[in-house]
Design a protein around this ligand. Structure first.
Ligand code: ZN
Length: 154
C-alpha cells in the first residue's frame, strides 16, 4: 500500500468563525479564499452550491433546495459558532443563466442582487447579532474583483 498523502496545511481543532456562501464554480474558489484572508480570516467554513447565496432566497429558488441550504447554513452558524457570513454572487453564473438566462443579463444581475439582499435578511433575522457581508464577484480580463455591497445598511 502506498503512503497516505500528507497535506502541508496543519490541522487546527478550533472551527473558523466565518462562513462563506458562494457558487461551486471553481474559477472563483481560490479567489474567495484570498478575499477571506485579505479580510483577516485564515480559515473559513464554506457552503458552496451552484448559485451560492441565491439558494438562501426561498422566494426565488426552488423551495426544497432553498430549505435544504437554509438548514445547512443554520447548522453551520449555530454548530460552529459562526459570527460572520460572506455572501458572494458572481457574474456569468451558470445557475442563474439556466434559470433566468432567457430574460437577459440585466435581469439576471438584478435578481442576483435581490437574492443577496434576501439571503442577508434571512440570516440576520435567524441569527441576531451576526455580521453579514455581500459581494458581487466579476472576472475582468485575468483579474477577479470583489465589489462589497454593504454600504446601504448596518
Ligand atoms: Zn455560479
Amino acid at each position: 500500500m502506498s503512503k497516505p498523502f500528507v497535506a502541508k496545511t496543519p490541522y487546527e481543532a478550533t472551527h473558523p468563525t466565518v462562513l462563506a456562501v458562494y457558487c461551486s464554480d471553481g474559477r472563483f474558489t481560490d479567489a474567495v479564499e484570498e478575499l477571506a484572508q485579505h479580510l483577516g480570516h485564515e480559515r473559513i467554513d464554506t457552503l458552496t452550491l451552484p448559485g451560492g447565496p441565491g439558494l438562501l432566497n426561498r422566494w426565488s429558488a426552488d423551495y426544497l433546495e432553498s430549505d435544504m441550504v437554509t438548514r445547512a447554513a443554520n447548522f453551520l452558524i449555530q454548530g460552529h459558532h459562526i459570527v460572520e457570513v460572506l455572501l458572494l454572487a458572481h457574474a456569468g453564473c451558470g445557475y442563474y443563466q439556466s434559470r433566468h438566462g432567457a430574460l437577459g443579463a440585466d435581469f439576471v444581475a438584478e435578481q442576483q442582487l435581490k437574492d443577496l439582499e434576501a439571503a442577508a435578511e434571512e440570516l440576520r433575522k435567524a441569527h441576531p447579532g451576526i455580521e453579514v457581508h455581500k459581494y458581487f464577484v466579476r472576472p475582468q480580463g485575468k483579474k477577479i474583483t470583489f465589489e462589497a455591497l454593504d454600504s446601504s445598511e448596518s
